[in-house]
Ligand binder design. Structure first.
Ligand code: SF4
Length: 246
């Protein structure tokens, strides 16, 4: 127990030191340092291949296209997202895409008809995202997310590096806003997700995503028919947070 407490404190210290070293701002320079110096061979990007994903995927591909890119293939994605994943992999020359699927035994036990998202979306995300992610992260010490501070109040004070469960989590775009993303996409001629022009500003699984209306928040189309706002692939103090950012 004492060891676990010390290990947790060490991880928190490490996250603080890393955030200070990179000025808590992030971007390509910090990402390069994390990939090449801080966590060589032990860092991966978790990507949804959603509306903003091309930016981080491009940065990672420029630094090292062999960095693992973990795609949680929930088997509920839009066909357009799968096509976009394949387009970006080819376009960027990514060489280590890992398509992580839920365990058949878990689906059989909890979601035999594939309709769990209607009755218990938290459990559905747990089975289709959180549990597969835990397996995918086993060989890594640090994982990279695309979350940004401007997106939601709960992300407003997000550090560049965080300690979470056994991992350091890096948020290289924490300080970016929507205009920064648009500028980067344009400057690097990155292809757009095919659903974005139709108003899909934040894109997750098909049954839980709709286009946003004029004036709505960018994440208003996620789980729009329920009070759920986040997917739950993030953990705090070793426990999954139902409703944590995805
Ligand atoms: S986003 Fe919806 S369909 Fe996808 S795992 Fe979560 S509840 Fe299930």
């Amino acid at each position: 127990m004492m060891f676990q407490t010390n290990a947790r404190a060490d991880l928190c210290d490490k996250a603080r030191v890393l955030s200070m070293r990179y000025g808590n701002q992030g971007g390509a320079e910090a990402l390069c340092g994390a990939i090449r110096e801080d966590f060589p061979g032990r860092i991966g990007l978790v990507s949804s291949f959603g509306s903003d994903s091309a930016v981080l995927l491009h940065m990672v591909a420029q630094i090292d296209p062999r960095v693992p890119v973990i795609f949680l293939q929930t088997q509920k994605h839009f066909p357009e997202t799968i096509a976009y994943r394949d387009t970006l992999v080819r376009h960027l020359g990514l060489r280590n895409i890992q398509n992580i699927t839920p365990r058949p035994a878990h689906l059989k036990a909890d979601d035999p008809r594939g309709e769990l998202h209607k009755s218990d979306p938290d459990l559905c995300c747990h089975v289709r995202k959180t549990l597969p992610l835990l397996v995918a992260l086993r060989s890594l010490s640090c994982w990279i997310t695309g979350r940004k501070r401007y997106q939601t109040p709960t992300r407003g004070k997000m550090a560049l590096f965080e300690a979470e469960d056994r991992w350091i989590k890096m948020n290289p775009l924490a300080a970016w806003n929507a205009a920064d993303i648009a500028d980067y996409m344009r400057d690097h001629c990155l292809p757009e997700h095919p659903l974005k022009p139709m108003g899909y500003m934040s894109i997750g699984c098909a049954p839980c995503t709709r286009a946003v209306k004029y004036g709505e928040d960018v994440r208003a189309g996620r789980w729009a028919e329920s009070d759920k706002t986040e997917c739950g692939i993030h953990f705090v103090n070793g426990r999954m947070v139902r409703g944590a950012p995805g």
